[in-house]
Design a protein. Structure first.
Ligand SMILES: Cc1cc2nc3c(=O)[nH]c(=O)nc-3n(C[C@H](O)[C@H](O)[C@H](O)COP(=O)(O)OP(=O)(O)OC[C@H]3O[C@@H](n4cnc5c(N)ncnc54)[C@H](O)[C@@H]3O)c2cc1C
Length: 352
């Protein structure tokens, strides 16, 4: 098996290269992703044992349901009940007692998922890559291109293999413009890490959960290894040119993050920015992934359309893709290449 990548796996341009990614089962009414996350969580833990390195930190996740707009959280609870996912609905009086780091203005209730947390994303990529090599996988640094028929080429020649899996993250939108153009929008999302008050451990992952702040359109992760508290203000995503744009977080994103800290975490209001990351996401209209054979090339399997929620599913997605690629099963209708439309909040898997 040969892995081809333009750069070294784990490089800074990839979506997977930030320190961490949230793992939480909350997917609204969608049972399939909810089940996948529950299984993926165990697989990440097994992988930690196998590779003898920390890859997953179970700090829990707190979803903040906005006053008057809590459909997604409301439809999640019956799904959790049905699938046996542990959670607690925490009312507005109890929230500040349990989670004193937050200011809960405009929050109707919190959905606390204790068996959630963060996957140490960059480390997971580099460690699994090493494992791939140890198990005999070959790595080739190279840039795959496509011709006018969207045949994948390496060094100007068609890639010849029984199966070619094209999982090029957001670059898929450039490689398969005809086929995926209408399905993929590539957006930029800036992430900012803030310091925490001297001597105050309450923002560390053993005391604070990951959070999804639906009303504000933000999400974030507590501090581990002194990395600081991370926040992304998701509603302010813009377009990005993947090959020509500097990966530098702009001042307006920093200003928005500061505004957010002051609003939601008053004790972080005067802290400083200690790290940052300019990231990108390929969004599909319905936020379902793409796992399907190219309509004109029966050995080319396209995998992507992460829509900002794919990393945590990694171990499950890998198995699923292998099954589709080896034709042990077909792909699910939701993953097929074809026209898609956005979903109402009551059906959305991602809450977007
Ligand atoms: C800001 C942000 C926050 C997110 N938060 C979460 C979260 O909390 N939880 C979660 O589960 N997910 C989250 N995601 C989504 C998650 O990060 C992505 O789903 C995941 O990283 C996508 O992985 P990938 O391998 O498809 O893409 P990438 O990590 O981008 O990797 C694509 C690879 O393909 C290579 N490549 C591209 N083009 C070519 C070419 N032509 N030839 C050769 N190689 C090529 C690249 O070099 C790269 O190594 C988030 C994403 C972002 C950006």
């Amino acid at each position: 098996m040969t892995l081809v990548d333009r750069w070294e796996p784990g490089h800074s341009r990839a979506s997977s290269s930030d320190y961490n990614r949230i793992l939480r089962a909350i997917h609204g009414s969608d049972e399939m992703y909810t089940r996948w996350v529950r299984e993926a969580r165990l697989r990440w833990m097994e992988l930690e044992q196998e590779l003898n390195t920390e890859l997953y930190i179970e700090c829990g996740a707190l979803i903040l349901a906005e006053e008057g707009h809590s459909t997604w959280e409301e439809v999640t609870m019956p799904t959790f009940d049905k699938l046996g996912v542990p959670y607690v609905r925490v009312g507005p009086d109890e929230l500040p007692v349990r989670f004193p780091q937050f200011d809960f203005r405009k929050v109707a209730f919190g959905l606390w998922e204790p068996e959630a947390g963060m996957v140490l994303a960059h480390r997971a990529v580099t460690e699994t890559f090493k494992q791939f090599l140890r198990e005999g996988g070959q790595f080739r640094r190279g840039r795959v291109t496509t011709d006018e028929t969207e045949t994948p080429l390496l060094d100007g020649k068609p890639l010849s293999a029984d199966l070619v899996v094209m999982s090029c993250g957001s670059w898929l939108a450039y490689l398969f413009r005809q086929t995926l153009g209408p399905m993929l929008k590539v957006i930029r999302q800036d992430i900012v890490y803030t310091s925490t008050p001297d001597g105050d451990r309450s923002f560390d992952a053993d005391q604070m959960p990951c959070f999804v702040d639906h009303g504000y359109g933000a999400y974030g992760v507590p501090s581990v290894y002194g990395w600081g508290v991370k926040a992304a203000i998701a509603w302010h995503a813009t377009d990005i040119d993947l090959d020509d744009e500097d990966r530098v977080v702009d001042q307006s994103a920093i200003a928005r993050s500061r505004q957010y800290w002051a609003y939601r975490f008053p004790r972080l209001a005067n802290e400083i920015v200690i790290d940052q990351k300019a990231c990108h996401i390929s969004m599909t209209p319905d936020t379902h992934f793409i796992i399907d054979f190219h309509p004109r090339h029966s050995n080319v399997l396209i995998v992507g359309g992460c829509s900002g929620h794919l990393f945590k599913h990694g171990p499950m997605l890998g198995d699923y893709v292998a099954g589709v690629g080896l034709q042990e099963w077909g792909t699910a209708p939701r993953f097929k290449i074809g026209p898609r439309t956005s979903m109402p909040m009551s059906e959305s898997p991602s809450g977007r």
